[in-house]
Ligand binder design. Structure first.
Ligand code: PLP
Length: 424
């Protein structure tokens, strides 16, 4: 059997027929990070996780350009070899401090930051994973050859059953819980207090992937841990979201980070994060800390987006964050709506199986701090028009809706699904 045979049916026609042609589409020039040329028209980009709108900020761009001038485009080697600059070390110590951890390691991507967890695991250890975790956390489990017990999304009773069952079998390995801080598909927040309480009871460690909450949630923007006033054992994050760059970070106790640097082959045997990316993340971090108004702006816009969509009759799920999922049942309908929204000038992210469960299709909408009020209005107008045509919302707006409240810096934590105020 030819090992390449499985690829043959994947023709362009197959992609068109199965709706996959909405992925890997080429975007032209971008404007202020909020709009782009797309297939002959200018569209609002409502699918970027550049939450603070810093990727187009002149200070971030200039920092990247200056780093290229000084160090070139690539270090041509791994961090362990010729690829560690003071710039990497500065970013690591700044991020560790910001994330409330002792030490941090910077990687070329967020995916690799999660893979760096693998050397913590052995085949006698058990990882308890939320069903909706980012795929890279699951890859770390596979790479570490640990046993994986997946608990139903956000379901602490199920998690406790699995923890108890694991103790009952008398397995003598370690236990660790992996969760996203904010889940990337539907923008809901993990119940970190509940997870950490269970972890305490069952002597398990906790890892939080804070890619979607770092820079957005918490008093200083330090993410889900700060939002809940808690410190997980380890925190990972992509740098491609609020930090307007490309890269990843893992932060935790100094001895753990040192151990991982020397044991994670996905970090040892890969090229160092580029000077431009490291410098951009550093500049973005400085702005993030100096300009809390950006965080407030993205949270305000998100709240208005949620509530504008809900007022039209859309369901935005349990999200209480700037990741706004518009639930659109049906793969075909979701992909068709995505195309019609593009035609109406709004570029969103279509999430269909296998990214999400079949029957729980989502058009994910994210606005950044750089979007204007006028752009928010345009997004709502486009959704109203396209949603009515598709029969996802009624012809006339429903009389009432349940509003979403997003916790702003300094406010007590709010969490889904009913935006219940948790007792801190
Ligand atoms: C929750 C989460 N973790 C990890 C990653 C991976 O980050 P990166 O794109 O930098 O590899 C992403 C990005 O898609 C993400 O959303």
């Amino acid at each position: 059997m030819d090992i390449l045979e499985k690829c043959r049916p994947w023709t362009e026609e197959h992609l068109r027929r199965t709706g996959r042609d909405c992925y890997f589409r080429t975007i032209g020039d971008t404007f202020d990070g909020t709009e782009a040329e797309f297939e002959g028209r200018r569209v609002i980009i409502a699918a970027s996780h550049d939450y603070l709108g810093l990727s187009a900020d002149p200070r971030v761009r200039e920092a990247a350009v200056a780093a290229v001038r000084r160090f070139g485009t690539s270090l041509g080697g791994s961090r362990a070899g010729s690829g560690t600059l003071e710039l990497h070390e500065e970013l690591e110590s700044r991020l560790a401090e910001f994330m409330g951890q002792e030490a941090a390691a910077v990687l070329p991507s967020g995916y690799q930051a999660n893979l760096m967890l693998a050397p913590l695991l052995t085949d006698s250890d058990v990882v308890f994973s939320d069903f909706f975790n980012h795929v890279s956390l699951g890859e770390a489990v596979a790479l570490g050859r640990a046993k994986e017990r997946k608990f139903l999304h956000g379901n602490l009773d199920h998690l406790e059953e699995l923890l108890q069952a694991s103790d009952d079998t008398g397995i003598d390995g370690g236990k660790i819980i992996f969760t996203d801080g904010v889940f990337s598909a539907e923008g809901d927040l993990c119940d970190l207090p509940g997870l950490m309480k269970l972890a305490d009871s069952y002597r398990a460690r906790v890892v939080v992937d804070s890619s979607h909450d770092l820079g957005v949630l918490g008093q200083t923007g330090a993410g889900a841990g700060e939002h809940f006033g808690l410190r997980p054992d380890l925190v990972t994050s992509a740098l491609s979201k609020s930090l307007a760059s490309v890269g990843g970070v893992i932060a935790g106790p100094a001895d753990v980070i040192r151990y991982l640097r020397f044991h994670a082959r996905t970090a040892m045997f890969t090229a160092a994060a580029s000077p431009a990316n490291v410098a951009a993340a550093l500049a973005a971090l400085t702005i993030l800390q100096a300009e809390p108004q950006r965080r407030i702006r993205v949270l305000d816009l998100a709240e208005r987006l949620h509530n504008g969509l809900r007022a039209l009759g859309f369901d935005t799920g349990a999200s209480v964050t700037p990741v706004v999922p518009v639930l659109v049942t049906g793969r075909e309908r979701c992909l068709r709506m995505w195309q019609e929204l593009c035609t109406a000038g709004v570029f969103t992210a279509p999430m269909v199986h296998p990214i999400v469960r079949a029957g729980r299709e989502v058009l994910r909408v994210t606005l950044t701090a750089a979007h204007t009020d006028a752009q928010l209005e345009q997004v709502l107008i486009a959704f109203e028009h396209v949603g009515r045509n598709a029969g996802v919302i009624p012809r006339s707006a429903p009389g009432s809706h349940t509003p979403v409240r997003i916790a702003h810096p300094g406010e007590a934590p709010l969490s889904g699904p009913d935006n219940v105020r948790l007792v801190p």
